[in-house]
Ligand binder design. Structure first.
Ligand SMILES: CC(C)(COP(=O)(O)OP(=O)(O)OC[C@H]1O[C@@H](n2cnc3c(N)ncnc32)[C@H](O)[C@@H]1OP(=O)(O)O)[C@@H](O)C(=O)NCCC(=O)NCCS
Length: 177
């Protein structure tokens, strides 16, 4: 990988949501990690990443790439990350704080994940989602992810299945030589 990031790496990028709230996507930085660990505990409960895990993830750049969505005061509204290992990229995480949901931010973050994976030269983007997470499954389906397989009782406690979803990508790769 050359590390070239092309057009998609032009974060921060700003937009207004339907209510006129300005929000920007920018790369995750070390000072964000304590807040991201806090939010993960709120948003993912049993599957939350600790601050140490976040540090390890960020140390995994450039193979890993993470963005946060922030409002005008810098408050984190959402975040997303991807593993760009080669032919198959993997969604590591995507989340939006409850107060900012239903405004298209999840859509924007998944759009960033797809664009980043395409830019890396990956042929497909994979993710796993809890079978009982209907909003996330709808979001991924809107972006063209199809169900590939199911891992029975993957999430514990609770015996919840994991649904593996895949989107085939158009090849725009600039990261590959
Ligand atoms: C899944 C998740 C990321 C979705 O985030 P979000 O910001 O609410 O996503 P969007 O706003 O793009 O879409 C949500 C809904 O709002 C609708 N919507 C989008 N923009 C809208 C707008 N301007 N006005 C009204 N509705 C809107 C979408 O159509 C969608 O509707 P649907 O669920 O009926 O299909 C969020 O619920 C979340 O963080 N969940 C907890 C963490 C999680 O489960 N992450 C995924 C792990 S695999």
């Amino acid at each position: 990988m050359s590390g070239s990031t092309g057009a998609v790496a032009e974060v921060p990028s700003r937009e207004r949501d339907g209510r006129g709230v300005v929000r920007a996507l920018r790369s995750v930085a070390w000072p964000d990690l304590a807040r991201l660990a806090e939010l993960d505990a709120e948003l993912f409960a049993d599957d939350a990443w600790s601050e140490a895990t976040w540090w390890a993830e960020l140390a995994g750049r450039p193979r890993r790439d993470y963005v946060v969505a922030v409002d005008a005061s810098g408050e984190v509204l959402g975040y997303a990350g991807v593993d760009l290992a080669g032919e198959v990229a993997d969604v590591m995480t995507v989340a939006v704080v409850p107060a900012a949901r239903g405004t298209g931010l999840g859509d924007r973050l998944v759009g960033w994940l797809v664009a980043r994976a395409e830019e890396s030269g990956a042929e497909a983007l994979l993710l796993e989602v809890r079978a009982d997470n209907a909003p996330a499954r709808r979001l991924y389906a809107r972006h063209g992810f199809a169900e590939l397989s199911v891992r029975r009782r993957y999430y514990q406690p609770g015996d919840v299945d994991a649904v593996i979803m895949r989107k085939l990508l158009s090849q725009k790769g600039t990261d590959r030589g």
